[in-house]
Design a protein. Structure first.
Length: 114
């Protein structure tokens, strides 16, 4: 990720912070969580991206895998799907704005090239 000037004709994808407060079993604050997400609704097919991949599983498939695992004695593990695209490969030129409250002084007009 490099901080650079936005090339002519390129579009910029906005970002925003999502904040969550996690509570414990007594209803008291356990921890605060924050994550930076992109505003992907500004992209245009064929311009900012060429394909979309969103895996979806049917309940029949889950039942089948669970039945096979029980029958064969396999171990099962859970995966957090929120981070599934965290290490994806980009084939397109993608530019995102600097995160709010983390803008580099003197380079406010620059964007990040992913």
């Amino acid at each position: 990720m490099d901080l650079t000037d936005l090339p002519h004709g390129a579009t910029i994808i906005g970002v925003k912070w999502i904040y969550k407060t996690k509570l414990n079993e007594h209803g008291e604050v356990d921890k605060y969580k924050a994550r930076l997400v992109s505003k992907g609704y500004t992209q245009q097919h064929g311009v900012d991206y060429t394909k979309v991949f969103a895996p979806v599983v049917r309940m029949d498939t889950i039942r089948l895998v669970l039945a096979l695992a029980a029958q064969k004695g396999w171990s099962l593990f859970q995966l957090d799907v929120k981070s599934a695209f965290l290490h994806g490969e980009l084939n397109e030129e993608v530019y995102v704005e600097q995160p709010p409250d983390y803008i580099v002084k003197g380079e406010e007009k620059k964007v990040y090239h992913l």
